[in-house]
Write a protein that binds this ligand. Structure first.
Ligand code: FNR
Length: 185
């Protein structure tokens, strides 16, 4: 049966390399998983004064995740850390669905399976992925730690913003897609 995967992208820009990596992942998952994609442009800034009822866009993201078998995050690293927009989306997702809910595990993501990938400079997003790993665990997510694509963009990719000009990228994302489908079984 087809799996359902929610994709979260950490970059807003149109020619984002991380968005291109997410596109490659979706191509690798073709016929095996249905994907819904969210990027930070859709997510209002978290505000505890306007948490209940949650904004429509937040509800949509939470519903998509609720209906998904897993979440796959594609993110660059900004100054060795999580881009603000992605952190904002994850803060929303970490919060309870109902007001005054004594069960702090009653979120859209608690117990959900997750994986992550990233394209960046020399460090290949290793630093942000370690932070993301601990953040997702804090939020109760079940993270696949093996087969995480950590892509260092080639000089050609840097010049052209074309991710396909980085060697090994398709192989890495295909391997992760296979591993994640297995992890979701
Ligand atoms: C970057 N970049 C970057 N790269 C990296 O490997 N380590 C880092 O710490 C940073 N820091 C950083 C900060 C900020 C504010 C920006 C805008 C960029 C470069 C980054 O990897 C590159 O711009 C990617 O192409 C961004 O990802 P998208 O938008 O192409 O997906």
């Amino acid at each position: 049966t087809m799996k359902k995967i929610t994709i979260l992208i950490g970059s807003l820009r149109k020619h984002s390399l991380n968005r291109q990596l997410a596109d490659m992942a979706q191509a690798a998952l073709q016929g095996k998983a249905e994907c819904v994609v969210f990027d930070p442009a859709e997510i209002p800034l978290f505000d505890q004064d306007h948490e209940f009822p949650a904004p429509e866009k937040i509800k949509r993201m939470r519903d998509a995740i609720h209906e998904s078998d897993g979440v796959w995050i594609f993110t660059p690293e900004y100054n060795g850390q999580l881009p603000g927009g992605l952190k904002n989306a994850l803060d929303w997702l970490s919060r309870p669905l109902k007001e005054n809910d004594p069960d702090w595990k009653d979120t859209a993501v608690w117990g959900k399976k997750a994986t992550m990938s990233g394209v960046g400079g020399k460090n290949a997003t290793k630093s942000v992925q370690e932070q993301l790993l601990s953040l997702l665990k804090f939020m109760g997510m079940d993270v696949m730690t093996q087969d995480r694509a950590q892509i260092a963009m080639s000089p050609q990719t840097m010049e052209t913003s074309d991710l396909a000009l980085t060697e090994g990228v398709h192989e890495a994302i295909d391997a992760q897609a296979r591993a994640f489908l297995e992890f979701l079984k």
